[in-house]
Ligand binder design. Structure first.
Ligand code: ASP
Length: 341
């Protein structure tokens, strides 16, 4: 096989930032300079082309419009490239990787998100290893077929399934974790691929890009002391169509009548309410305790072992796809891209 063609998509983030000499704050700089900073890229056994956002962004400004731009860049170049590496700020990378996994139906090529905690020009930067290994992972082929055929996230020696990740640390190089699913690959002296955990999509299907996210949704984290007027304000909003409820432990919540009544009335008005745990790992199991049986009874959707990032993007995505309300719960509780087990 010829050398693989890899497309680097630069969206912004610390990886391509420089310190403003006047204010000392980090801001985005020209992507061409990024490549000049890593001459090692030329040593890789692949052809690399780059494309970037018109204006690089800090990923705190990420939103569904930008997700559509990334998806279009992949779609428009899908036939000509063997793999894609998306350079993205780490702050919202897990949301974007989750969103893109839902948008890219029948994906059979690697889309690897990466970034860094320190800018590429910094002496102690983690950017070079993250970028170089991401490109190598995106280049991996076996008998002409890409080894990774899903949206991954590579950071600090590990490749994760993108929609299973959460940013867990604002300072450590090891900034991401995937607590409910094993990592897909590990980089050490060798690049070890955990083959049995990779998605195995049907190779015969054509890539379909589903756009359309409905942002009339919210995440509400429960806490001891949550009050009726606050929950009322959220659920009685004229716009709200879906809510991710971050509950305790294995999906438990207060059994106070006002709480259950408000949720039940909202479900009857057609609002989708999803139960995910606020624990970093483990799963929702409604009915295991008395404090979750009523949630099950009133028709709350189980988020099982979804991360909040995957849950909110899946909710925006499915509401945006105009799913039949009668089928919504069953579809939400089904794994679409390996995001839940
Ligand atoms: N604030 C930056 C961003 O998410 C942090 C990073 O790149 O790691 O864009």
């Amino acid at each position: 096989m010829n050398k693989p063609n890899i497309l680097l998509i630069y969206t912004g983030g610390t990886i391509g930032m420089v310190k403003d000499s006047n204010t000392g704050t980090l801001k985005a700089f020209n992507f061409d300079n990024l490549l000049m900073s890593i001459p090692e890229l030329r040593l890789l056994d692949c052809n690399i082309e780059t494309i970037s956002f018109e204006k690089a962004i800090d990923s705190s400004n990420m939103n569904p419009k930008y997700w559509c731009i990334i998806a279009d860049m992949i779609k428009d170049n899908y036939e000509n490239f063997d793999g894609f590496v998306v350079l993205h700020g780490s702050d919202t990378m897990s949301y974007s990787a989750s969103a893109l996994s839902f948008m890219l139906e029948n994906l059979t090529k690697p889309v690897i998100f990466t970034g860094s905690q320190l800018p590429i020009g910094d002496l102690r930067t983690d950017a070079k290893e993250n970028l170089i290994t991401s490109i190598q992972l995106a280049s991996l082929h076996e008998k002409g077929v890409p080894v990774i055929r899903e949206v991954g996230l590579y950071f600090e020696y590990k490749l994760y399934r993108g929609n299973r990740t959460t940013k867990i640390n604002a300072e450590h190089f090891e900034a991401f974790e995937s607590l409910n699913y094993p990592h897909l690959a590990e980089s050490g002296v060798y690049l070890n691929i955990n083959n049995k955990f990779l998605l195995k999509p049907n190779l015969g299907e054509e890539l379909k890009v589903n756009k359309g996210f409905d942002t009339n949704v919210a995440i509400l984290k429960l806490f001891p002391g949550i009050s009726k007027p606050i929950l009322e304000a959220v659920l009685r909003s004229r716009l709200i169509k879906g809510l991710i409820l971050e509950t305790y432990g294995s999906g438990n919540a207060t059994t106070e009548t006002w709480f259950i009544d408000l949720l039940e009335a909202a479900i009857k008005r057609g609002i989708y309410i999803v139960n995910v745990t606020q624990c970093s790992g483990g799963r929702v199991n409604m009915g295991q305790y008395e404090t979750s049986s009523q949630l099950k009874k009133i028709g709350i959707i189980s988020g099982r072992d979804l991360t909040s990032e995957a849950a909110i993007t899946k909710l925006m995505y499915l509401i945006g796809q105009n799913i039949n309300p009668l089928a919504f719960k069953a579809i939400f509780e089904t794994s679409l891209r390996g995001e839940l087990s």
